[in-house]
Design a protein around this ligand. Structure first.
Ligand code: C5P
Length: 233
C-alpha cells in the first residue's frame, strides 16, 4: 500500500497545527517544506514529532558535501524521516548526505533526490547547463540513476515520470510523486497532474497531496476520498 504524505504548505505555525489537528491520524507523513521551515524553524519538525507524526523534510539541499552532510545530521537529530537533496549537487554531495543519514542508523532519514524541478522546461534547463536539451524526461532518468548509484533511497518526480523511473531504478527505490488530484479536482498551478490511481499504477509508492486536501473546505473528508482512491487501485 502506498503511503500518503500531506504537504503542510501553511504560512505559519498556528495554521499548520490547525490543519494537522483536523486531519488527525489520516496522513502517513507530513511534508514540511521551505515556506513553513523558514517561518517556524526546526521546531516545526520537533513539534510534529512530539505529536507522533512522521516528517518528510523537503529542504532540497544543494551545497558542498561537507555542508550538506552537516545539514543532514541536523535534520536527523530533529527526527525527519525523509529528506530531499538536489541530484544536481553531484555524486559526492549525495554520498555525503547518505553517509551522514546512516550515522543515525535505521532511524536516520531516508534520502530522496530531486532531479529536475518540474517548473523547468527544456529551454530553461539548456540555459543552465549550456547544452541542447530536447526534453526533460531522459534528463530526469539520467539524474535519478546517478543519484541512486550514489546511494539515495529514492527520488521525487512527477507521476508522469514514475513509470520510467520505476523501470530505471528497480523495485526497491522509493518513487515519491506530488501533483496528485482527485478525478475532476482543481489543478491549481500544477500543469501535469495525476490521480492517485494513475500514480500508483505507474509505480509511485509515496503520494504527496497538498491542496486537494488542504484547500478543501472539509480537509478530513477530502483526505478520506484520497485514501479511498488509493485503496481502489
Ligand atoms: O498543493 P499540491 O498538491 O500541488 O502540492 C504539492 C506539493 O508538492 C507542494 O508542496 C509542492 O511544492 C511539492 N512539489 C511539487 N512538485 C515537485 C516537487 C514538490 O508539487 N516537483
Amino acid at each position: 500500500m502506498a503511503d500518503l504524505i500531506i504537504a503542510l504548505d501553511a504560512p505559519d505555525r498556528d495554521r499548520a497545527l490547525a490543519l494537522v489537528d483536523r486531519l488527525g491520524s489520516g496522513a502517513d507523513h507530513y511534508k514540511v517544506g521551505l515556506e513553513l521551515f523558514s517561518r517556524w524553524g526546526p521546531e516545526a519538525v520537533t513539534t510534529l514529532r512530539e505529536r507522533g507524526k512522521r516528517i518528510f523534510l523537503d529542504l532540497k539541499l544543494h551545497d558542498i558535501p561537507n555542508t550538506v552532510a552537516g545539514a543532514v545530521r541536523s535534520a536527523a537529530a530533529l527526527g525527519a524521516g525523509l529528506l530531499t537533496v538536489h541530484a544536481a549537487g553531484g555524486s559526492r554531495m549525495i554520498q555525503a548526505a547518505v553517509e551522514a543519514a546512516r550515522e543515525s542508523g535505521p532511524r536516520g532519514p531516508r534520502i530522496l533526490a530531486v532531479t529536475l524541478l518540474t517548473s523547468m522546461d527544456p529551454h530553461e534547463v539548456a540555459g543552465v547547463w549550456g547544452r541542447q536539451v530536447e526534453s526533460t524526461g531522459p534528463e530526469v532518468v539520467r539524474l535519478a540513476r546517478m543519484a541512486r548509484q550514489a546511494g539515495v533511497d529514492g527520488v521525487v518526480a512527477s507521476a508522469l515520470e514514475a513509470r520510467a523511473l520505476r523501470g530505471a531504478l528497480g523495485p526497491d527505490a522509493l518513487v515519491v510523486t506530488p501533483g496528485i488530484r482527485l478525478p475532476g479536482g482543481t489543478r491549481h498551478d500544477q500543469r501535469r497532474v495525476s490521480t492517485p490511481q494513475a500514480a500508483i499504477r505507474a509505480g509511485a509508492d509515496h503520494l504527496v497531496v497538498g491542496r486537494a486536501v488542504t484547500a478543501d473546505p472539509d480537509p478530513a473528508a477530502a483526505l478520506v476520498r484520497v485514501r479511498q482512491a488509493m485503496e481502489a487501485t
